[in-house]
Design a protein around this ligand. Structure first.
Ligand SMILES: *Cc1c(COP(=O)(O)O)cnc(C)c1O
Length: 497
């Protein structure tokens, strides 16, 4: 069966997986969705005997079926190698009444690595397959985390360059240090005098600049994006839900066909959508619990059927979930609208014009698999402290949103189905908030002092990603004004003459 991809917004011509990866977004502004969600063609029992890489192949081959076996396996093996600090790649740890699926063992110690370590390889393979000769230039604006994960994924990948713009005074000192120490001759990092929106707007302008695009083509370059709506980021995320179920099965923690719950700390809705795809592929999942922080647009949506972004934006200690427009939700909306692009397009138009849309009763019926959960700051801090004190297990602030929301769900419903919680960042990435949650006294310590203290109290090694930036030399020192972004890009690509 060949899976082709269609836009969520119009009845356009379907494209192959590699074309969808290359394009990122469809021409009509919609997201690419597979025309059908494929079923697993090996049993979960068989997958339980496989390595992570083998399981990844079994899942991804069903979506990326214009890749040859050799191409796909090569992408997988280049991505999930010793950049990860554990052979399991995504290990499960039991604590309290849940299994934590640790998605933070990659190069930048957050879950974005799961997709961004393979996307560069999927992208360059897609370029080759479609006769693209140009070098691919990834252009990204970042508020901190995505930039580093993308830099690390694309560093030294042949046929690519990556240019990351960040707000010079708008990221944490550790985040800045992580980016400006990035190795790789094809990487470029630029601080701009402006905020994240300025960086984002500037990048969008460069993407839309037709004169620049033509000049670049003449010099053998073309832009692409590593945005989280790319199908090449979604598909690799389905793997770990299939894999974690199989691991629990293999360990005898669950029986054949037994259902589990999955809890995901959600921002852009990419990670939980992957879990939903896994369920539709045949993984026995009972409830998908979508956990929000104080920016609880999704919690309200699951409760009321109305998506309303017209509200105050709240800065929380789980910044990667501080989002009011969850772009990947569009893929779910399209599906519950009966795969009807015109219905979805009308809702998305309402979202962009009025900031709000309401789904029908019929569509709400289709959301039965999902439960909206929510946890505020104090509840998250209390959960971090509780897990540490009772189980000596330390989780980060994002994972804490999921853990706290799950505790409330379990209390309210008395549902004791075995549960997997997606753990999306290492506690070492958000050391100050985590340590402060454990004990207020830590607030007076310096950043690296806290790192050592966390290592001591949790009895875990300091991850390489943190160890490196203590001593790594600064390799990028370009700083520019908002209106100089274009000339900076041209300079990096030697296009100024
Ligand atoms: C990106 C991110 C999330 C949110 O994931 P989505 O796929 O955007 O819902 C949660 N936690 C961390 C640590 C992240 O980096």
């Amino acid at each position: 069966m060949e899976i082709l991809y269609k836009s969520t917004r119009s009845d356009s011509t379907p494209v192959t997986a590699s074309q969808a990866i290359l394009k990122g977004l469809a021409d009509d502004g919609g997201l690419y969705v597979p025309m059908e969600i494929p079923k697993l063609d090996v049993s979960l029992r068989e997958i339980s005997k496989m390595t992570y890489q083998e399981a990844a192949y079994e899942v991804m081959k069903l979506y990326l079926n214009d890749f040859t076996e050799e191409e796909l396996k090569s992408c997988i093996n280049k991505a999930y190698d010793d950049k990860f600090d554990t052979e399991a790649i995504a290990p499960l740890t039991e604590a309290g009444n849940a299994y934590y699926l640790e998605l933070y063992h990659g190069a930048t110690i957050a879950f974005k690595d799961m997709a961004l370590s393979i996307l560069p390889h999927l992208l360059t393979t897609s370029a080759k397959k479609n006769g693209v000769k140009n070098e691919i230039v990834i252009l990204t604006a970042t508020s901190g985390d995505t930039g580093k994960a993308a830099l690390s994924g694309f560093a030294d990948v042949d046929g690519t360059r990556i240019i990351v713009f960040y707000p010079k005074n708008g990221v944490s000192p550790i985040q800045e240090k992580q980016m400006v120490t990035q190795k790789g001759a094809n990487t470029h990092v630029v601080g701009i005098h402006g905020n994240f929106d300025d960086a984002q707007t500037g990048v969008k302008k460069l993407f839309g600049d037709e004169v620049l695009s033509k000049e670049m083509d003449e010099k053998g370059f073309q832009f692409s994006s590593a945005n989280s709506i790319n199908i090449g980021r979604l598909v690799p995320q389905i793997v770990y839900y299939v894999y974690s179920y199989a691991v629990l099965l293999g360990q005898g923690k669950i029986g054949d066909g037994e259902e589990i719950n999955v809890v995901v700390p959600t921002g852009n809705f990419g990670n939980i959508l992957a879990a939903y795809y896994a369920k539709n592929m045949g993984v026995p999942i009972h409830k998908l619990i979508c956990a929000s922080n104080d920016n609880k647009v999704l919690f309200d949506f699951f409760k009321s059927g109305t998506y309303d972004r017209n509200r105050e934006f709240i800065l929380t200690s789980s910044p990667s979930m501080d989002i009011l427009i969850s772009s990947n939700l569009e893929r779910l909306i399209y599906r519950i609208a009966g795969n009807a692009p015109e219905k979805n397009a009308a809702l998305m138009k309402s979202l962009s014009e009025k900031g709000v849309y309401e789904i029908t009763e019929e569509m709400r019926e289709e959301l039965k698999d999902f439960v909206g959960g929510y946890a505020g700051e104090e509840e998250c801090f209390a959960m971090i402290k509780k897990l540490y004190e009772e189980f000596s297990y330390v989780i980060d602030t994002h994972t804490a949103v999921a853990a706290a929301a799950y505790a409330k769900y379990r209390e309210e419903t008395k549902d004791t189905t075995k549960t997997v919680i997606a753990s999306t960042a290492s506690p070492y990435k958000f050391t100050r908030s985590v340590m402060k949650a454990i004990d207020e006294k830590y607030d007076s310590m310096g950043d690296f002092e806290l790192v050592d203290e966390l290592s001591r109290i949790s009895n875990t090694d300091v991850p390489k990603a943190i160890e490196e930036i203590r001593t790594a030399p600064v390799l990028h020192n370009t700083v520019c004004e908002k209106d100089e972004m274009k000339s900076v890009v041209k300079k990096f690509l030697n296009m100024n003459e």
